[in-house]
Design a protein around this ligand. Structure first.
Ligand code: NAD
Ligand code: ZN
Length: 253
């Protein structure tokens, strides 16, 4: 079924020049990568992701956390970008100023072709030392795990932001700056509870932007947004692109 997109949304998107899209785990759900709120499967079903994704968990049980990220890396390596990722590439190519701010660590936006991108929560493909922060150029999965830093001997960890940790300063600063100047702000597939990313749509709204949310579930943003498009990102976003760019139903971008 083709989702109904209010004509007001299409009009706003057609006249805008500066657009920001904030994405969360929901955008990758249709690629088969579970969100934190979906139950984990197999061996990992007994663990709550929110309790594994912390520096305390890594200090207590480094091997367990390392193995969980190895497992997640394998899911990501086998996954492909979905129509939502590709629709965001179309938007980036269409607008003079378009910034994708993502909380995802899976790199699927990059694989789809997005380039003007701020990764707020790091990237699971990178690894750095828990002690001295030095990035590892590669690591051995065969020996002791987690592997050790070549520089100081500390344990290597994924270069992702865990609960209780600060966000990368440069990315956060740029995300705030673009958000304050934007005309359209899209919040897609995020539960809008993890700070400070959750405050971005509110900052945009205060600065006068038209705020659109895309999510099958209601979030704390849904009532604040100018329009909540209820549904899956992989269905709504391509349809939005089609209507905004005035493409016929069978026409490819
Ligand atoms: P979240 O798990 O809190 O929320 C996901 C949201 O996506 C929910 O609101 C859900 O209703 C919505 N959703 C589910 N399926 C959808 C679909 N098909 N289309 C649109 N929306 C859909 O995720 P979050 O808000 O990104 O924040 C939690 C943290 O989880 C972040 O720090 C993020 O780094 C991390 N995380 C990342 C990945 C990834 O990189 N793919 C996966 C899991 C968790
Ligand atoms: Zn080190």
């Amino acid at each position: 079924m083709i989702p109904a997109i209010p004509s007001e949304v299409v009009t706003h998107m057609r006249s805008a020049e500066r657009v920001v899209a904030l994405t969360g785990a929901g955008v990758s759900a249709e690629s088969g990568i579970p969100t934190f709120r979906q139950a984990q499967t197999g061996l990992w079903a007994q663990y709550d992701p929110i309790e594994l994704a912390t520096p305390q968990a890594f200090l207590r049980t480094p091997r367990l956390v390392w193995d969980w990220y190895t497992y997640r890396r394998q899911i990501i390596a086998a996954a492909e970008p979905n129509p939502a990722h590709y629709a965001l590439v179309d938007l980036e190519q269409h607008y003079p100023t378009f910034t994708l701010v993502t909380q995802n660590i899976d790199g699927l936006h990059w694989r789809a072709g997005s380039r003007d991108m701020l990764e707020l929560h790091g990237n699971i493909e990178r690894t750095r030392c828990f002690e001295c922060g030095t990035y590892a150029q590669g690591w051995d999965e065969e020996g002791e795990l987690p592997p050790r830093c070549g520089h100081c001997g500390g344990l290597l960890r994924p270069d992702v932001v865990w609960f209780g940790e600060g966000l990368p300063e440069r990315e956060l600063h740029l995300a705030y700056t673009v958000t304050q100047q934007v005309q359209i702000f899209l919040s897609i597939g995020t539960s809008a509870v993890v700070q400070p990313a959750a405050s971005l749509p509110l900052i945009a709204k205060r600065a006068g932007a038209y705020v659109i949310e895309i999510n099958p579930e209601e979030t704390s943003l849904s009532v604040v947004a100018d329009c909540w498009l209820q549904g899956q990102a992989g269905v709504i976003l391509p349809e939005l692109v089609r209507q905004v760019f005035n493409l016929s139903e069978n026409q490819e971008e």
